[in-house]
Design a protein around this ligand. Structure first.
Ligand code: SF4
Length: 258
């Protein structure tokens, strides 16, 4: 199926289901996805074998591109709602991620102090102090947790690194509520293997894990674009609504994007 890659450092603005009118920043190469996950639903396609030797944009290149965009749009009162680090893979894998966040915060404060800075991350690097501290400087620290079972995460997100769910939960808890959990619910079948993170057992375990992490809110959503495999299905809106209801009963704030 036809997945896609962003072809520039700055992209959009795009109308995001979750972030409003959002200016994207892609810290990964423009012709290749770089990620330490290989999610079966990834809209950028499957993660390739060769993850090294790719040219990433430098810190000053990113700063210059963002400042140019902000200057060009200065006549507009508020051109976007958010500046969002997303793009062709996992943004926190950029070696200068922390300094790029500092630059972005400074530019945002200079040009449009009310615009929010968002990061969409798979949470695997939150155990690294400099990434953790950089994420704390953002307004919307949005971190992925697709299941409360390590086995399910390994099946859905296919980590390409050593993955320890308990260690991730510990890092997420350390944010003391300054994080948003994002979870993509779906079901499907690939090569006769069933995938479904919407079962009763899955939802109970996911909710128990959310209770431990105590995020400021949860974003739940489903597949919106083409995926690398056929056979994956969006979760029904009714299912998302029911999951949101269960989370709300436990006192969590939930946003659904269907
Ligand atoms: S973490 Fe994000 S970029 Fe990486 S494989 Fe999963 S969906 Fe794609």
């Amino acid at each position: 199926m036809s997945t896609f890659l962003f072809d520039s450092i700055i992209f959009g603005p795009v109308v995001s289901r979750r972030l409003g009118n959002s200016l994207g920043i892609n810290l990964l190469p423009v012709n290749k996805k770089i990620c330490n996950f290989n999610c079966i639903y990834c809209e950028c396609g499957l993660t390739g074998n060769n993850q090294t030797h790719s040219k990433l944009p430098g810190r000053f290149e990113v700063k210059e591109a963002l400042e140019k965009w902000l200057q060009k749009n200065q006549s507009i009162r508020y051109p976007v709602d958010s500046i969002t680090f997303a793009g062709n893979g996992e943004p926190t894998l950029h070696p200068e991620f922390d300094r790029i966040i500092d630059d972005t915060v400074a530019l945002r404060n200079q040009y449009y102090p009310r615009i929010k800075i968002a990061v969409l991350s798979n949470a695997t690097t939150t155990g690294q102090k400099k990434i953790f501290n950089a994420l704390l400087k953002t307004d919307l620290n949005i971190l992925k947790l697709d299941s409360g079972f390590e086995e399910t995460i390994k099946a859905i997100n296919c980590p390409l690194i050593k993955f320890d769910l308990n260690a991730i939960i510990k890092s997420l808890k350390a944010f003391n509520g300054k994080l948003i959990i994002q979870t993509l619910f779906f079901k499907g079948k690939i090569n006769n293997k069933i995938y479904d993170n919407t079962t009763h057992e899955e939802i109970e375990q996911w909710l128990d894990t959310i209770d431990i992490i105590k995020p400021e809110s949860i974003m739940i959503y489903t597949i919106a674009r083409d995926t690398p495999f056929k056979g994956l299905k969006k979760a029904d809106y009714r299912v998302l609504k029911s999951i949101a209801g269960e989370a709300e009963k436990r006192g969590h704030k939930v946003q659904i994007s269907a």
